[in-house]
Ligand binder design. Structure first.
Ligand SMILES: Nc1ncnc2c1ncn2[C@@H]1O[C@H](COP(=O)(O)O)[C@@H](OP(=O)(O)O)[C@H]1O
Ligand SMILES: [Mg+2]
Length: 260
C-alpha cells in the first residue's frame, strides 16, 4: 500500500459501478429515513455502500474500511495504520432535493493523510480522482473507467483582488463567512458535498472554509484530489488536518481547503 500510483483509478472503477444503484434510486420515488444523529439516509446510500464494501474487500483485502452507513449501524473498524474511507452518498440533501450535486467518495488514508481518492458525481456524470496526479472528466454510471477520457487538473493561484470562496449550500454560517471576509474573499460560489474540494482542484475557486461539522468520510476523497492538484487542507490556524481521529469518533474539526 506504500505506492499510491494508480490506486485512485481502482477507486474510480468502483465508484462508476456504485453509480448504477444510486441513479436507479434517484430516478424513482424513494423513502427518506433519519439516522440516530438526525442525518438523512436513503436506499441509495445503503445499496451503494454494500457494493463498494464488497469491491474494496476484493481489491484491498485486509485493509480496514471506515464507511458512513456501517458506522451509523455501530460498526467500528480496528484502525492501526492505513485505512479506507467510504461515503456512498455525500450530499444526501442534494440527492433528496434533486439538484444533482451529490457524490460517491472513496479514499485511502496512510500516515494519517489522504493519499488517494475518488469523487464521483453520477448525476453530473463527472469524476475526479487524485493520488500522485489529479484528473477529471466525464463518466456515465456503469461506464467503463478509462483514464484517456479524462484530463489532468490543477489548482490556480489566487488573482489579485479577486478571491473566490466555495461555500456549502446547506452549511454556510456566520463564522465561515467572517473567516472568508478576513481572507479577502470577493466572490462566493456554492456547491453540495465534496464537489467543493473539486472546484478548487480544477482551478475554479481559491478557498473553501468549513466550520460546520463533517466526518472523515465526507472530506478524505476530496482532500486527496485537492492535494494531488496542488492544494492543501489545514485547520483554521494553519496546522495539519489529520485523519484517524478515533477518540473523536472520526469527527472533523473546522478546516480550510486552499487552492495553493
Ligand atoms: N452535525 C453533523 N455532524 C457531522 N457531520 C455533519 C453534520 N451535519 C452535516 N454533516 C455532514 O456534512 C455533509 C454535507 O455537507 P454539505 O452540506 O456541505 O454538502 C453531510 O454529508 P452526507 O450527505 O454524506 O450525510 C454530513 O456528513
Ligand atoms: Mg453520506
Amino acid at each position: 500500500m506504500r505506492d499510491t500510483d494508480h490506486i485512485a483509478r481502482r477507486f474510480a472503477a468502483i465508484c462508476a459501478r456504485a453509480g448504477v444503484p444510486v441513479m436507479e434510486v434517484y430516478a424513482r420515488p424513494f423513502t427518506v429515513g433519519q439516522k440516530a444523529d438526525n442525518s438523512l439516509v436513503t436506499e441509495a446510500d445503503e445499496r451503494a455502500e454494500t457494493l463498494i464494501l464488497e469491491a474494496l474487500a476484493r481489491d484491498f483485502p485486509g485493509v480496514p474500511v471506515l464507511a458512513e452507513e456501517s458506522f451509523a449501524a455501530g460498526l467500528r473498524p480496528l484502525i492501526d495504520g492505513d485505512f479506507l474511507l467510504v461515503d456512498p452518498v455525500d450530499g444526501t440533501k442534494e440527492f433528496i432535493s434533486k439538484n444533482g450535486e451529490f457524490t460517491i467518495n472513496i479514499a485511502l488514508v496512510s500516515g494519517r493523510r489522504p493519499v488517494a481518492g475518488c469523487v464521483y458525481a453520477p448525476a453530473l456524470e463527472r469524476i475526479y480522482l487524485g493520488d500522485r496526479e489529479a484528473w477529471a472528466g466525464g463518466l456515465k454510471p456503469g461506464g467503463q473507467f478509462d483514464l484517456r477520457a479524462l484530463s489532468p487538473i490543477s489548482t490556480r493561484s489566487p488573482r489579485e483582488g479577486k478571491k473566490v470562496a466555495v461555500m456549502s449550500r446547506s452549511h454556510a454560517d456566520d463564522t465561515t463567512r467572517a473567516f472568508a471576509e478576513a481572507q479577502g474573499v470577493t466572490d462566493t460560489v456554492s456547491a453540495g458535498s465534496s464537489l467543493k474540494f473539486c472546484l478548487l482542484a480544477e482551478g475554479k475557486a481559491d478557498i473553501y472554509p468549513r466550520f460546520a461539522p463533517t466526518r472523515e468520510w465526507d472530506t478524505g476523497a476530496g482532500h486527496a484530489v485537492l492535494n494531488a492538484a496542488g492544494g492543501r487542507v489545514t485547520d483554521p490556524d494553519g496546522r495539519d488536518f489529520l485523519y484517524g481521529k478515533v477518540e473523536a469518533d472520526y469527527l472533523n474539526g473546522p478546516f480550510v481547503a486552499w487552492a495553493r
